[in-house]
Design a protein around this ligand. Structure first.
Ligand code: GLU
Length: 283
């Protein structure tokens, strides 16, 4: 928590068009800052070079402007890769990360791979490879994983505060050895988002409740890297008529489609603020 001005952010990944769920999150983050004379930042989470596309970045800017939102700064994660690398090297020097050569298929095939809230819990095949085994495979594609048990042995029990849920005692072991640097990208969501929120002085992280468990991981990284801990506001998700949260892959109506259908963005934002929008479906 901080005594200075409130700083919030909206941090979309440019991997598709924004839908109403994104709009709700952006409006909440924006208004939380504005109502307190604070700053609202926009961060484009474009470290996934295979899925991020420039037209989706343009779409995000267009959609937010249509909703009547203005941001005080715009940052692209793709321009911050060196920072992520420094943090990864720090964790390597502490002996807390290890290279993992497993494929998705191998992990999925492992009988002991339960689903965590933020993805499958890694069964640990590469956790105890010897230096020789690592050297023999070093030419193969690999990611870097956090040895969560080792990390927790250093940090001890951690907590964080959610303005909606209250104080949360973190259970990072439930998320397993999360990826910090991907095979195809120099950082993972977890590492980049934690470093960026700290670097940008974000005091209040406003985001959907689907990322609630991820915060346990972020709290561990904050402790290991000596970063400040923001207050979190994990808000409910917008769901469709079937009660499913909106998702691009399920064909949720995009803000661009709403705009094309003649919807007024500022009026839509007013309905969101008035709590009128709770559930929306395509049909
Ligand atoms: N980039 C993430 C997403 O689009 C959100 C990150 C966050 O708010 O922490 O789902």
């Amino acid at each position: 928590m901080s005594d200075g001005p409130v700083v919030t952010r909206f941090a979309p990944s440019p991997t598709g068009r924004l839908h109403l769920g994104h709009a709700v999150s952006a409006i909440r983050a924006h208004d939380y800052a504005r109502e307190r004379g604070g700053r609202f930042l926009l961060r484009i989470e474009d470290i996934d070079g295979t899925r991020s596309r420039p037209e989706f970045v343009a779409g995000i800017l267009e959609d937010l402007a249509w909703l009547g939102l203005r941001w005080d700064s715009l940052v692209f994660q793709s321009e911050r890769l060196a920072t992520y690398d420094v943090a990864l090297e720090t964790l390597k020097a502490l002996g807390l990360v290890y290279p993992c050569f497993c494929t998705r298929a191998e992990i999925a095939a492992s009988a002991s791979a339960p689903q965590g809230d933020v993805g499958p819990v890694y069964p640990g095949m590469c956790r105890h490879l010897s230096a020789d085994e690592v050297a023999a495979r070093a030419h193969l594609a690999h990611c870097w994983r956090l040895d969560m048990a080792k990390a927790v042995a250093i940090t001890g029990v951690l907590a964080w505060h959610d303005a909606i849920a209250g104080t949360v005692v973190a259970d990072p072991l439930a998320q397993g050895d999360v990826v910090l640097a991907r095979k195809d990208a120099p950082a993972s969501y977890h590492l980049a988002v934690t470093l960026d929120d700290a670097a940008q002085g974000v005091t209040d992280v406003v985001r959907g409740v689907d990322l609630f468990a991820a915060t346990d991981v972020h709290r561990v990284l904050q402790a290991l890297l000596g970063l400040p801990v923001p207050t979190y506001h994990h808000h409910p998700l917008v769901v469709d008529a079937a009660g499913r949260r909106l998702a691009k892959r399920d064909g949720a109506l995009s803000l661009a489609e709403m705009r094309a259908a003649g919807e007024d963005g500022v009026a839509l934002a007013a309905r969101v603020r008035g709590g009128v929008i709770a559930a929306v479906s395509r049909c």
